[in-house]
Structure formats: structure tokens, C-alpha cells
Design a protein around this ligand. Structure first.
Ligand code: ME8
Length: 627
């Protein structure tokens, strides 16, 4: 059995999961389920991209630490995919230690292979896309998102993209299927041919990231970090034999990506892998954007819709069907509630649901629920071809073609008249054919609409799952005496206006009602903060960190090492012997590779936030609690 490993991008946790994210995850889930039916050992990775300035700022805006913030949003992504029944095999968060291990391993390989050097950059930078913009002035629009760029000046580690770019180009030319669709392939080739500069893969302006070993004031560029998630999530970087085997079995895999991140996946990523001496991906498949009111659905535009209201009211499969059918894969597609309900009524209620219920009702009425013996209907080749080709809409058209053909067949054969004939054969023929088609339809739909396929399967009287391998179905005749299950409406017709209204209403209702903001905290909340008096014992500067001082502080019970951001305001020589107030129960953390175990309390003064140490009289004993 050959393996098929597919990834979605790792979603930025600056936004809650929305329909645009659901689209790519649903596509991946469908493809993986389909590949299993093709007989492959198919696996699916998704995850969250949690480092970088964008996330750091989002956490600041939410008033929580980046770790707390990313924990919260990453779990809401997982929960969303779980509710939608999306069966990922691997979920990687870029803040996990196993990911750091993989990133450092690859960084080291690149360093050893001479693909990395130190250089400096001063110029425009887009925070939103975490992108250095080579040309132009700070303030110019970002070439990707159009937001104004900011000035950054930094000394950085550079990756020799100029050296690897031409090799990536050769690979693309030698592998016509490496980038799909064709338009994206041409775009990437043109980008490489325009001449590639080396890219910076570290930042000093950001703290929230993986520090460069031995040079901790640098953190690794978020894209360098995140792309490696495709490997760390399947075991790369782990010493355990089972992990090693796992990634070696699955890699190289396929990447499904949105069209705006093609460059990172088709140029940078293959170049990093080449320089690290690792195999390149099998291919990169780019999809278009899901639009709402003809604009890309995105947090920054404020036009995002959540998957939850649709799932709650209509079920996950209705959303899956709509997205896979309505969007012509590779192109942008528009979402609207009205179009969703229209498709539901025409294709699901009147189409599939109606064919199933009338066929089963006739088998019940005319044959007491026993299916006449019939040859199995095979898998239409063009369905397989379209799904293999990521053309889900066309594949589903094949299924709905079959549904339409069956409807016409039943209308032409008039089983209700055949039932009056003394010879049972003509009616058996019609009922058997319609039944066999429904069985094939359940098998075909089990990747795109797994819940519906399973329900239909049960109604047809089968046990187990319809997600069977295609090769096993083709010979499957249905023997006489097979009894159908209990028919139930799969898709009751909807009142369009009412449903659209209800969906919009649900969209306005927040997922979890936000608690009413109360500016007060309770005394218990305050008591959680363990504030202690202490005396500074030693104070020194930290090499390479302008703002930080390394202090040791006697807090009565012990002497703590604490890093404090007060170096610009205080000369370390003046600090020993000085009384300070310490947050003693702050979770320990590492700054610039050094442990910090607590926090010194200071007033923050003026626009620049100059720190002014809080003082207590000199005779206050160390360890005294402030309450
Ligand atoms: O790009 N329609 O994360 P991201 C279709 N962290 N797809 C959409 C969409 C929409 N309206 N909005 C977003 C990142 N997406 C990086 C990836 S991978 C190592 C790092 C898709 O959360 C988008 O095209 O901004 C992209 O493929 C994915 O969601 C993640 O976007």
C-alpha cells in the first residue's frame, strides 16, 4: 500500500477559525478520505502557526501572554475541526517542544551546509505577512496584502536563496506536476526568473519565536519555523525510532495551500529542504479564496463567517457539499447564505434525498423491503479522474448526473404501472437498478459527505461503512433477499427565507457568550498575586540585550534570579542593597536564554514607559507580603 501524506497550511492563530479555513481543511479531509478509497495509506496533517509579530501583537491586544493566547486559539481550531468531523491524523502547534527540536535540527543542517550567513537589512517590512519587502520605501503597500509596510533595520541570519533558487527552478521544470494549477506554476517560474535575493530567516525585533541557538537575541523567521511543521508533526526531529520511521514512511508528501502562500511553499520551502539535504515535497496544490460579497473572507476585512451556525442548523455535510460543489477548485468562489439554501433544496432535498426516499419507499411497498437480486453498479471512471485531479465540483456533477439519470429512468419506466403486471421481472429490474445506483452513490459520496453516505448506507440496509475501497465494490453484486433499513428523510426541504434568516441570526450569536465586562476584580483575584518585599543582591547587564538587567534578589526565603527590563533607566551599580517589590509567583520563563523567576514591580511613566522602581522603607523585612 503506498502512502499519501497531505497537509493543510498551519493556520495563524491571530484569527478564530472561519469558513475560509474550513474550506481548505474540508478539501484536505475529502482528498484524504478519497485516497483511502483508492487503496492508499492516506494521512492528513493540520495545525497552527503560533509565532511571530502578528501573534505577539494579537496577544498584546487581547491583554494576555502569547502562550495563553495561542493555547486558547489553537484549541478552538482543534475543537472546530472536531465538531465538523474533520479527521486529521496529526495536529502540530509550532510552540510545541517537538517542533522546536525539528526546527533547530534543520537550522543546524543549513548552517553546516553553508547555506546560512549573517547580514543586515534595513527597509520596508509587512507585519501582517511577516515579509521583508525588498524594494521601495517603508509605508509603501505590501505586495501581498496591500497594508502599509513598516521600517525595520536588523542584523539577521540569511539563507542563500539566490544559490538555491535556480535549482528549485530546474526541479519545477523537470516535474510538470510539482505545482498545480498551471497558472500558479507559471507565476512561480516567473518569480524565480526575475532573480532571487537571499532571504533573512531570523529577526531581532521580535521575542515571540524560536531563539537561534547560541545567538538568542535572534528568533527564527516565522515562515522558516512554520513550514517545518509539515515534518515535525509526523516525527521529524524526534530521537524515538517510531517517530523516525513514521516521517520517513510518509515524507515526501503533498501540500494544499491558498494561492497567496504559493511562493513560500514552492520556492522557499523546496530551497530549505534542498539545502538541508532532505527530499522535496511531491507537489503543491493551490486553491483560490472563498469570497463573501465578492471579497476574500478574512479577519482583517471583518467579513468572516463561522462554520458553526451552518453545521448546527444544517449539518457539516451540507457545508462540505456546498463548498466542494460551488467552488471550482483552484479558482475563487463566492459564499452566500441564499446560494447555500438554494443548493440544499435543489441538489440535496430534491435530488439525492428524493431519489433515496422514493426508491426505498417503492422497495418497501412493492417488495416488502426485500431488494431484488441485481448486479452491482460500478464506479464511474470520470468521477475518479476528477477527484484524483482535485476537481471536486466536476466529480460531484458526475454523481448528480447519476441521480438525474435515475430520476429520469424511474419516470420513464413508471414502476407504479409495472407493479400491476403479472411478471415481476420488469419491476425487479427497475428497483434493483435504482438500489444499486444508490449503493454506488453512497460509496462515491463517502469522501465528500461522510455523514450522509453513512446514513444512506444504513437506510440501504448495509452494516459497516460505505467508505470502502473502489476496487472492492466493482464486482459487488447484490444477492436476493437483502433487506433495506428504515427510510428517513435525508434532507427535508427548507423554507429559503426562514433558513437564511436563521443562519444570519446564528452568525450574530457568539459561539460562547462573552461574559459581561466587569472592571472590578475580587479580593480573591488580587490574593492570587504574591507580592513580596526583596533586596537586590547583584545586578549586571546582559550582553546583546540593551533593556534587560540580570538581578539576584533576596526575597526572605531564597535568592532569586530575575531579569528586569530596567537597564535604560537604572545603572546596575546603584542597585545592590535597594529594596524592591517582587511578583514572587509569576511562572518562571526564559528570556535571551536566561531563567527569570519572578518580576520586579515598577511604575511605567510617560509615552516611553520609563520604568520607576516601586520602593518600600529600607527597614521592611525581605519576604514581607503586600496585601
Ligand atoms: O497563511 N478562502 O495562515 P493563514 C480560502 N500561517 N482560503 C483561505 C481564506 C479564504 N477566505 N482565508 C484563509 C498562513 N484561507 C500561514 C501558513 S504554513 C507553513 C503557514 C487559507 O491562517 C489561506 O489561503 O493566514 C491559507 O492557505 C490558509 O487558510 C491559512 O491561512
Amino acid at each position: 500500500m503506498s502512502s499519501f501524506y497531505l497537509t493543510t497550511p498551519l493556520y495563524y492563530v491571530n484569527a478564530q477559525p472561519h469558513l475560509g479555513h474550513a474550506y481548505s481543511t474540508i478539501v484536505a479531509d475529502t482528498m484524504v478520505r478519497f485516497q483511502r478509497q483508492r487503496g492508499h495509506d492516506a494521512r492528513f496533517l493540520t495545525g497552527t502557526d503560533e509565532h511571530g509579530q502578528k501573534i505577539q501583537r494579537a496577544a498584546e491586544a487581547a491583554g494576555v501572554s502569547p502562550q495563553e493566547f495561542t493555547d486558547r486559539v489553537a484549541s478552538s481550531f482543534r475543537a472546530e475541526w472536531d465538531r465538523l468531523g474533520l479527521q486529521y491524523d496529526f495536529f502540530i502547534r509550532t510552540t510545541e517542544p517537538r517542533h522546536t527540536a525539528a526546527v533547530l535540527d534543520i537550522f543546524e543542517r543549513l548552517r553546516q551546509n553553508g547555506a546560512i550567513y549573517k547580514g543586515s537589512y534595513s527597509g520596508p517590512y509587512c507585519v501582517s505577512d511577516e515579509l521583508y519587502v525588498g524594494e521601495g520605501q517603508p509605508g509603501d503597500p505590501c505586495p501581498i496584502c496591500g497594508r502599509p509596510t513598516e521600517l525595520v533595520s536588523e542584523e539577521n541570519y540569511y539563507f542563500k536563496l539566490s544559490e538555491y533558487g535556480p535549482k528549485v527552478r530546474e526541479h519545477i521544470l523537470a516535474h510538470p506536476d510539482f505545482i498545480r494549477p498551471e497558472t500558479r506554476r507559471n507565476e512561480v517560474l516567473a518569480f524565480i526568473e526575475s532573480g532571487l535575493r537571499d532571504v533573512s530567516i531570523s529577526r531581532t525585533s521580535i521575542q515571540w519565536g524560536i531563539p537561534v541557538p547560541g545567538d538568542e537575541k535572534h528568533v527564527l523567521y516565522v515562515w522558516f519555523d512554520a513550514l517545518i511543521g509539515y515534518l515535525s508533526g509526523i516525527g521529524y526531529g524526534s530521537k524515538a525510532a517510531v517517530d523516525q520511521q513514521n516521517w520517513q514512511k510518509l515524507w515526501p508528501g503533498w501540500h494544499l495551500v491558498g494561492k497567496e502562500i504559493v511562493r513560500f511553499h514552492c520556492v522557499y520551502w523546496p530551497a530549505f529542504l534542498m539545502a538541508a539535504g532532505l527530499p522535496l515535497p511531491r507537489g503543491i496544490i493551490a486553491h483560490g479564496w472563498l469570497l463573501f460579497d465578492q471579497e476574500k473572507m478574512s479577519k482583517s476585512l471583518g467579513n468572516v463567517l463561522r462554520p458553526e451556525p451552518i453545521r448546527k442548523l444544517l449539518g457539516a455535510d451540507v457545508l462540505r457539499y456546498f463548498l466542494l460543489r460551488e467552488v471550482s477548485f483552484g479558482q475563487d468562489g463566492n459564499f452566500s447564505h441564499a446560494a447555500l439554501v438554494d443548493r440544499y433544496n435543489s441538489d440535496l432535498a430534491n435530488g439525492l434525498g428524493n431519489l433515496a426516499s422514493r426508491t426505498l419507499a417503492m422497495i418497501e411497498r412493492y417488495r416488502g423491503g426485500l431488494v431484488p437480486a441485481t448486479a452491482g453498479a460500478g464506479i464511474p471512471e470520470d468521477f475518479t479522474k476528477h477527484f484524483e485531479d482535485w476537481q471536486f465540483s466536476r466529480g460531484l456533477e458526475v454523481v448528480w448526473g447519476l441521480i438525474g439519470a435515475m430520476d429520469r429512468y424511474i419516470a420513464a419506466e413508471k414502476p407504479w404501472d409495472l407493479a400491476k403486471l403479472p411478471d415481476p421481472a420488469p419491476l425487479d429490474q427497475v428497483l434493483g437498478t435504482a438500489f444499486a445506483s444508490l449503493r454506488t452513490i453512497a460509496v462515491l459520496l463517502s469522501s465528500a459527505m461522510p455523514e450522509t453516505a453513512a446514513k444512506l448506507w444504513t437506510q440501504l440496509g448495509f452494516s459497516g461503512s460505505p467508505a470502502i475501497e473502489f476496487s472492492k465494490l466493482e464486482t459487488g453484486a447484490i444477492p436476493a433477499g437483502h433487506r433495506i433499513g428504515k427510510p428517513e428523510a435525508l434532507f427535508p426541504r427548507l423554507d429559503k427565507e426562514k433558513t437564511v434568516e436563521e443562519l444570519r441570526h446564528l452568525e450574530q450569536t457568539p459561539a460562547t457568550p462573552a461574559p459581561a465586562p466587569d472592571p472590578h476584580i475580587s479580593i480573591d483575584d488580587f490574593a492570587k498575586v504574591d507580592l513580596r518585599v526583596g533586596t537586590v543582591v547583584t545586578a549586571e547587564r546582559i550582553k546583546g540585550a540593551d533593556k534587560l538587567l540580570k538581578l539576584t534578589v533576596d526575597i526572605g526565603t531564597e535568592i532569586r534570579q530575575i531579569l528586569a527590563g530596567i537597564a535604560l533607566a537604572y545603572d546596575p551599580a546603584t542597585l545592590p542593597g535597594r529594596k524592591v517589590v517582587v511578583v514572587a509567583n509569576l511562572a518562571p520563563r526564559k528570556l535571551r536564554g536566561l531563567d527569570s523567576n519572578g518580576m520586579i514591580v515598577a511604575a511605567s511613566v510617560g509615552e516611553a514607559g520609563t520604568p520607576v522602581l516601586v520602593s518600600v522603607p529600607d527597614d521592611t523585612p525581605n519576604g514581607a507580603r503586600l496585601k
